[in-house]
Design a protein. Structure first.
Length: 713
């Protein structure tokens, strides 16, 4: 049940109205001042935050500590419980690359990973056999010592196994610094590359690497080549994208001969190749960009008798994507030939190219499968699993000349299992099953899929997890999660943290709302731009369906959304506050209109194809104004709300949830809990370190338990 709380006066932000006129409409933003004028400086150095803004955020944090005081003990209990489910000295399955096997592991009590390798004996057939002594290449715990925030990423060894490039973010703002370590001596080189995206691609001779650099507005727009032993100031600009609506990324292709530069937005992409065998390569464009045409490539040194490219693309109206191939010497679009034709309703998520194999990951009716095609003769076979709802993925590999595929499988009841699949023998070898040290019995739980009908005739899939002994008497509490943006599907995979709710009688539910690709590209298209409201009504339909099925009690649903999922739950709270007992909004994108009206922000120009461009388009302005959660807060009773933010968040800036909560404080007509907690030392991903992040998860779950009238025992 929804409780009413006695608490001291909540912090009320000063109203300092800022007016602006757009397309004949005047906007008044009372809390625009919470956006720091020097926000770029604050991302790099939080101490630069304006004194008045900091005072308000500190007051909100103090208030949150007070009103959430009675969840501090449950939070600690949940944290201990979640931590006990983690195998503390865990390790990944080693990945073979030549004569070495690389892996990461954690030490007991450690927060950050250690990157390690072992030497394979000459007669070792795979990385599970004949491993030599361990060599610790990088110790994340040691590097993170005495730092309030530390995130290690972009770890990449050179092709000759001599050097290691690695990237670190020390503020949470995703400005990464790349360093290089000599693996023979263990010494760090003087090479330091700032403001990188966080990933390096080595030349084959290991004398240099390519990387993407962020511009002043935190946009990845330029590719540079850094030669070992030189200053980053002397790095050579290889490619620059002038259009602020497009982002640049970089990856090594599987065969190891080329790097792919991808230039893309949410609608269009193009690729350029860099030859990693040549010290001074210049980018070669595969096919010129065409509006609404996307493609990504892999290289095959000898496909159908010549050097070729394999492409995943939506060209020629292939809405759910197809796979083509073309000669490397003449890769323009007119020469693309189909390998796997487009089939409506079968969404092609990803693909891998090996010497003798084309492997694709596809989804139909919400369930994924892997299909392997033998390239010499075109024979195909499918790798399938039998649960009603599950997650399936292809793990990254390094080698190209192999018949081994690594895949990861889990369901909401089944912990993650890592398999090596022999593509020739069609056999699976279990390499690792996720351990839950405190114990887990999959048979004690049920995972199932139901659908919610919508007013426009669609069926919204809902993945459910609950205890087998739960009695569906219509009174159960529920945490209902959704995302619904950018075409990102939410997999029905295993997450041990959820058991802390489910074991206390909760139903954990994922609403696969429009805006994701859970039901193909059309499902995404119908949840963006002028169709964005479908994401919200789908979520409401899912809540109503769970109540209608007698699974969930009215007002015992806690809606959970993170980042773009924050729009969904905040909009649902505006539209149907009566359905929900609580709203858990993590780094929520709730100030949509003002953000999309400010093209100086990092994500605004490239996001215009997702949300619309209200700067130049009156229709987009009116559409966003009609649903943007911040503008649509009104005088009514609201569910209890906990909003979590990060001061150095570049994706959803801290002022969005701060402004949203400030407006709610003035307009909501009830005294239900409303709290804002801003992490002053972290960004979009939350606290760094695997255990510190758990504390934030535990806080959200303790909030859900309190709202639902349950308490950890």
């Amino acid at each position: 049940m929804l409780e009413r709380y006695d608490h001291p006066a909540a912090p009320l932000a000063d109203k300092r109205p800022v007016k602006s006129s757009w397309h004949g409409h005047t906007l008044t933003d009372d809390f625009a001042w919470l956006k720091a004028d020097n926000w770029r400086e604050v991302l790099r150095d939080p101490s630069k935050l304006d004194v008045a803004i900091k005072a308000h955020l500190d007051a909100e944090n103090t208030y949150a500590d007070h009103v959430l005081g009675d969840v501090s003990i449950p939070q600690a209990m949940l944290f201990d419980e979640m931590k006990a489910r983690i195998k503390q000295d865990d390790a990944t399955v080693p990945v073979k690359d030549g004569s070495y096997a690389y892996y990461t592991r954690y030490r007991q009590g450690g927060q950050h990973p250690l990157l390690c390798r072992r030497t394979l004996a000459p007669d070792g057939r795979n990385e599970a056999e004949c491993l030599g002594d361990e060599q610790v290449l990088l110790d994340g715990d040691a590097l993170a010592a005495d730092r309030p925030y530390f995130h290690l990423a972009g770890i990449c060894h050179s092709p000759d196994h001599r050097f290691l490039a690695w990237a670190v973010d020390e503020a949470g703002a995703e400005f990464y610094t790349i360093g290089v370590r000599d693996l023979l001596t263990g010494d760090d080189l003087t090479d330091v590359v700032p403001d990188a995206v966080g990933w390096a691609v080595w030349l084959r001779d290991a004398t240099a690497f390519y990387y993407v650099r962020l511009d002043r507005s935190h946009r990845p727009s330029r590719v540079f080549r850094h030669r070992l032993g030189t200053s980053a100031q002397d790095d050579v600009l290889i490619y620059e994208e002038a259009d602020p609506r497009l982002f640049v990324s970089l990856k090594r292709l599987q065969a190891g001969c080329f790097a792919e530069i991808t230039v893309r937005d949410h609608d269009t992409s193009e690729s350029l190749l860099l030859d990693l065998r040549t010290p001074h390569s210049t980018p070669v464009r595969i096919a010129a960009r065409e509006k609404s045409v996307q493609y990504a490539v892999e290289h095959h040194p000898n496909l159908f008798g010549g050097e070729a490219l394999v492409l995943r693309t939506n060209a020629d109206g292939a809405e759910d994507f197809k796979i083509c191939w073309t000669d490397l010497a003449d890769p323009q679009r007119a020469h693309w030939r189909d390998l796997v034709r487009w089939r409506p309703g079968v969404y092609l998520l990803d693909f891998v190219v090996l010497r003798d194999w084309l492997i694709r990951l596809e989804r139909e009716d919400g369930l994924p499968r892997i299909v392997a095609r033998r390239l010499p003769d075109g024979e195909e076979h499918t790798i399938v699993f039998k649960e009603e709802a599950y997650a399936l993925d292809i793990e990254d590999g390094i080698e190209f000349y192999t018949d081994q595929l690594r895949l990861a499988y889990s369901s909401m009841t089944t912990p993650t299992e890592i398999y090596d699949y022999d593509l020739v023998a069609r056999t699976r070898t279990l390499r690792k099953r996720q351990e839950v040290p405190s114990g887990h019995n999959p048979r004690a739980y049920v995972t199932r899929r139901v659908s919610a009908p919508t007013a426009d005739g669609e069926q919204v899939p809902i993945s459910l997890l609950y205890r087998r002994d739960l009695v569906p008497d219509g009174s159960s509490p529920c945490l209902l999660y959704a995302y619904g943006a950018y075409g990102a599907a939410v997999p029905a995979g295993f997450n041990a943290n959820r058991l802390s709710l489910v074991d206390r009688g909760f139903i954990y539910a994922i609403a696969h709302v429009r805006g994701g690709t859970d039901k193909g590209w059309r499902w995404y298209r119908d949840g963006k731009l002028d169709h964005k409201a479908n994401s919200f009504t789908d979520f409401i339909a899912a809540a109503e369906r769970l109540i209608g099925l007698g699974l969930v009690g009215p007002r015992r649903i806690v809606a959970h959304g993170r980042s773009a999922g924050g729009i969904v739950v905040a909009a649902a709270a505006n539209m149907r506050p009566d359905l929900f007992g609580g709203i858990l909004a993590e780094v929520p994108f709730v100030d949509v209109l003002n953000t999309m009206l400010d093209d100086s922000l990092p994500l605004t120009p490239p996001e215009q194809l997702e949300w619309g461009n209200p700067i130049t388009d009156p229709t987009a302005f009116r559409t966003i104004l009609a649903y943007s959660p911040y503008e649509n807060v009104r005088a009514q009773a609201y569910p209890a709300i906990l909003a979590l933010a990060g001061l150095t968040d570049t994706r959803v800036t801290y002022w969005e949830p701060a402004k949203w909560v400030a407006r709610l404080r003035y307009l909501k007509t009830d005294d239900s809990l409303l709290a804002l907690r801003t992490n002053m030392e972290a960004g979009h991903a939350g606290a760094s370190g695997r255990f510190d992040r758990l504390k934030e998860v535990a806080l959200g779950y303790a909030f859900a338990l309190r709202i639902a009238g349950s308490a950890p025992t």
